[in-house]
Design a protein around this ligand. Structure first.
Ligand code: C2O
Length: 489
């Protein structure tokens, strides 16, 4: 490197890195994506956590000391030298690598059943790094329970940004939980129809392994739903390049809020298991494995599996505390009828009993099952564009303006992999995935009656993820195969 280049390099570093943690925000183009492939060295197999059991709590339940420790941990992460593979930007690049942001040979971990275990492993590794940086083996990431209905008595509206992450400074020092590149501000409020209702529907109705976790060829239920929504709420390409960290997969985990968001996605895995039991995880699900940087100094590459993730408590030694605010309307199963309440007064009462009705089964095209599933296949979006799609069944005239309708069966929030333009010299590729949507029983019955001949209408909508919808659909560059229905268990 020539002397002039070196001086330029140092100047660029100062311009980029120094203001980043201060009050000013450098243009995002000044922050390099860097080498998306943090892959060198020979990985060692993960041998299981040997530390104490850690408890992840709701961000709303942390006390002042815990928030200060969380801030210190991210401050130390940001302060690691860029050459340290544990460093803040390096961790962002790990996510970039696994979302195929550099169009390398790595498979995208977002559009298949890799989604749940990969993110669990990734969070585990960062949690251990942060715990090591603050010298606390019990350190645990908080989770942002955005699906807890708003108006909690003491913690306010969980559909807004968690307060510890929003100020730029705290006692005149930079707040390490703040990120410059967000569209959401402290007063922005998410659509509870997505983050509360849609999450409830998924938890109620997606009660089989393939529906909730996906498969080798189809997405996990949460991925293009509430998960994508929260990404696009916090950062959105559509509102300008300076507001996109969370809105683009290649930069998403640079925002400290990413980890709290994903801890909630991860917690929903536990909520699902508590409700339906441990599923029979397929062996080719469990054998998936990935490499990450560990907390050591120097850091080593560790190979960790989906089986480690599935055995979270034994292999990773962490658990979830329940949210600080219990939802005022508890989740009730939709598939079973509510038992009738009968009163016993002063006198003895005799009740007649009957067999509890079995959950409804549907028959379609010769197959029978508890669900009618709408299959959307090869949903293809340019990898540098976000898309919001509303899916209607039996409403051929639906438009973006139709807000409340029981035939609106799902909304998809598709997060782009990378920013527009070329990535490492190559043009945007297509982002393609399959998603299976379990229909509510009433709609499922209509589809059954019509023998599957029911129109499916896909309405692209603009606007940000707060549901400020524009009635004029954008020219969405979305393609998909002809949708179809099946009956499945
Ligand atoms: Cu790896 Cu929420 O994305």
């Amino acid at each position: 490197m020539s002397g002039r280049k070196l001086v330029l390099g140092i100047l660029t570093f100062l311009l980029v890195a120094v203001p980043l943690f201060g009050q000013g925000c450098p243009p995002p183009s000044n922050i390099p994506i860097g080498n998306c492939a943090p892959k060198s060295g020979t990985p060692t197999n993960f041998s299981g956590d040997t530390g104490p059991m850690r408890t992840r709590k709701s961000i709303y339940a942390l006390n002042a000391t815990e928030i200060a420790e969380l801030r210190l941990a991210f401050q130390k992460l940001r302060a690691l030298p860029a050459t340290d593979p544990r460093a803040w930007l390096a961790q962002g690049n790990v996510h970039c690598w696994y979302c195929a942001g550099d169009m390398s040979t790595a498979a995208d971990v977002h559009t298949t059943w890799a989604f749940m275990p990969w993110h669990r492993d990734y969070l585990y590794m960062l949690e251990k790094i942060l715990g090591q940086l603050v010298n606390n083996p019990s350190f645990a990431l908080p989770y942002w329970d955005w699906n807890t209905p708003g108006a909690c008595p003491t913690t306010g509206n969980h559909q807004q940004m968690p307060p510890p992450y929003t100020p730029k400074t705290v006692s005149s020092a930079a707040n390490s939980l703040f990120d410059c590149y967000r569209q959401a501000v402290s007063t922005s409020t998410m659509s509870s129809s997505v983050v509360v209702n849609q999450t409830t529907t998924i938890m109620n109705n997606y009660n089989t392994f393939p529906l909730f976790f996906g498969s080798l060829t189809s997405s996990a239920a949460l991925w293009p739903g509430p998960h994508g929504y929260v990404h696009l709420f916090v950062g959105n390409l559509a509102v300008g390049p300076a507001k996109t960290d969370m809105g683009v997969l290649e930069t998403a985990s640079r925002d400290p809020l990413f980890w709290a968001h994903h801890a909630n996605i991860d917690r929903l895995w536990d909520v699902w298991v508590a409700r339906y039991g441990t599923p029979a995880y397929p062996s080719n699900f469990l054998s998936q494995n990935w490499t990450f940087w560990n907390q050591g100094s120097p850091s080593h590459l560790i190979r960790i599996t989906a089986a480690d993730a599935a055995n979270r408590s034994a292999r990773m030694h962490y658990q979830y505390a329940t949210p600080s605010c219990t939802p005022s309307s508890p989740i009730t199963p939709m598939l079973l009828e509510e038992p009738e309440t009968l009163e016993v007064g002063a006198n003895p009462q005799t009740f007649t009993t009957e067999a509890r009705p079995a959950a409804r089964k549907f028959t379609l095209g010769g197959s029978t099952g508890h669900h009618v599933v709408l299959h959307l296949e090869e949903v293809t979006v340019p990898s540098d564009e976000s898309a919001i799609l509303r899916i209607f069944v039996g409403r051929p005239n639906a438009t973006a303006a139709v807000m409340e309708d029981d035939h609106l069966v799902h909304e998809l929030y598709i997060v782009p992999s990378h920013e527009p333009g070329t990535v490492h010299g190559k043009a945007a590729h297509q982002h393609s995935f399959n998603i299976n949507i379990a229909l509510p029983d009433a709609i499922a019955a209509e589809v059954e009656d019509a023998k599957g001949q029911v129109p499916v209408t896909i309405v692209p909508v603009t606007g940000n993820a707060e549901h400020v919808l524009n009635a004029t659909p954008p020219a969405a560059h979305v393609k998909l195969r002809k949708p179809y229905f099946t009956a499945e268990d």
